[in-house]
Design a binder for this molecule. Structure first.
Ligand code: ASP
Ligand code: MG
Length: 467
């Protein structure tokens, strides 16, 4: 099989883990052609972002301190993950070459005291740029042929939308397939840096946080891979958060659309655009655990087996949000009210997670991250209170609970089962929304009711018995 195997940051964050990954790849490569995609070592992307903040604030010392920390961490990992001294020496040389460019970039940014969207992408791409060296040389150490390649080097060409770039698929397909196929023909394992590519002018671009998944599916689509494995530190997508329900189970099979919903509801961090490159190619994805490779994980396919089309597959909970209820008589029948409210929130950079408006139009409820609550309330008060809004009611500490499963579409009675189960727990439902896709039902309760509701729904839909 032709496989694209992507490792998240925690899978490669110690010398021991890197060795485990390399050994695993070596064994898989005996029967298969593989391309590896790697995230940055865990925590490094966050530190790179922190560096950018220090630079903007003129905190040169703090920025330099973090730079040294990142470089030392990679040097240490190089020592811990490679046994042969010759390979280790070569790896340190390669790392030093990348460090020089990293330091030069930093020097420039510090001198300017400014970080633009373009230079930020260049800066944060270094996480993957460094991590691929470790994995690739660990493979060399075991006697495999391998080469580290950045997204730019493998041929991912994107638009110039820094921070949220998209690959230009026609060009990318030609370049990536050419690079990768010739390496695979030579039995060389490409270890590609996730998260980044370059625009047509050669400027480094990134795909947004968690973007290495997107790199994996993009490459898979270009080389017509048979499967993509997303390796992390969990066994797969689960029926719910095992911290809330002990009986939570790994789902054997879900569809792309269900996986997208689960990702959006935070059941597992998958980059939201991961499935985009697969809509025409329909390549299956397996979500698996690097540290438990005997477990086949969750299979995500375009059209799953009919047996697995159960009504509800997963209950997920996003805790610690705030809810604003916006009321006002003059909102009724007044076109543009919602637009004004949302524009006001957008201007202060507040992301809206969920909205609902009753047909009487006299109130709109908005759920957002708790961290955004004060900013949102201030903006609404300053701009709209006393005008279109009469009253703002704020509830801090609410949880969004979502049930996900494509089998809900057209199935009568799911909502009634949901809300009876919640009522039995004597938990009040603050707000309800169901998208017309019928892939999920979402509702809001106080944080204090979260655990008992999730348990009740997990039982009601017998999710522990799913297979
Ligand atoms: N390193 C990037 C991040 O932390 C991309 C990824 O891990 O997928 O967001
Ligand atoms: Mg990550």
């Amino acid at each position: 099989m032709k496989l694209v195997i992507k490792f998240g940051g925690t899978s490669i964050s110690s010398g021991k883990n890197i060795k485990t990954v390399a050994k695993y790849l070596k064994s898989i490569s005996k029967q298969n052609k593989i391309v590896t995609v790697c995230s940055a070592i865990s925590g490094v992307t966050d530190e790179l972002l922190e560096i950018s903040v220090h630079i903007k604030k003129g905190n040169k010392e703090n920025a330099n301190h973090l730079v040294t920390k990142i470089m030392n961490r990679h040097k240490q990992l190089a020592k811990d993950s490679i046994s042969k001294s010759q390979t280790q020496k070569k790896l340190l040389e390669k790392l030093n070459a990348d460090f020089s460019e990293f330091e030069e970039l930093l020097h420039g940014l510090i001198l300017l005291g400014e970080v633009t969207a373009r230079s930020l992408d260049y800066l944060i791409s270094f996480g993957e740029r460094l991590s691929i060296n470790l994995v690739s040389y660990a493979l060399l150490d075991l006697g495999n042929k391998s080469i580290p390649l950045t997204g730019k080097e493998v041929g991912i060409v994107t638009d110039s939308n820094f921070g949220e770039a998209r690959p230009l698929m026609d060009t990318t397909r030609i370049r990536v397939s050419k690079t990768v196929d010739s390496l695979l023909a030579k039995k060389t394992i490409p270890v590609v840096g996730g998260f980044a590519g370059a625009d047509q002018h050669g400027n480094i671009t990134t795909f947004g946080r968690g973007g290495s998944d997107y790199t994996a599916t993009t490459i898979a689509s270009c080389i017509k891979a048979d499967e993509i494995w997303l390796m992390s530190d969990v066994d797969g997508l689960m029926t719910t958060d095992p911290k809330l329900v002990k009986k939570a189970k790994v789902l054997k099979e879900v569809s792309y659309v269900e996986a997208v919903e689960m990702a959006l509801f935070g059941a597992k961090q998958i980059h939201p655009r991961t499935f985009e490159p697969l809509l025409t190619k329909k390549i299956p994805i397996r979500i698996r655990n690097t540290f438990n490779t005997k477990n086949p994980g969750t299979l995500v396919t375009a059209s799953p087996d009919t047996k697995t089309k159960k009504t509800v597959k997963c209950v997920s909970a996003i805790r610690h949000n705030g809810l604003i209820d916006v009321r006002g008589g003059s909102m009724v029948g007044a076109p543009g009210t919602a637009a004004k409210i949302f524009t006001t929130l957008a201007k202060v950079g507040v992301n809206i997670m969920m909205i609902s408006q009753s047909p009487s139009e006299s109130s709109i409820s908005i759920v957002l991250k708790k961290a955004d609550l004060d900013r949102a309330v201030n903006a609404l008060e300053i701009n709209l209170l006393g005008k279109i809004i009469k009253k703002l009611e704020v509830t801090p500490d609410v949880t969004i609970i979502a049930l996900i499963g494509s089998g809900m579409r057209g199935t009568v009675g799911v909502a009634s089962r949901v809300f009876s189960a919640v009522a039995k727990k004597k938990v009040n439902v603050v707000m309800i929304a169901q998208g017309s896709s019928e892939l999920n039902i979402a509702f809001v309760v106080q944080d204090s009711g979260c655990k008992s509701v999730v348990q009740a729904l997990h039982d009601e839909f017998e999710l522990a018995k799913l297979n």
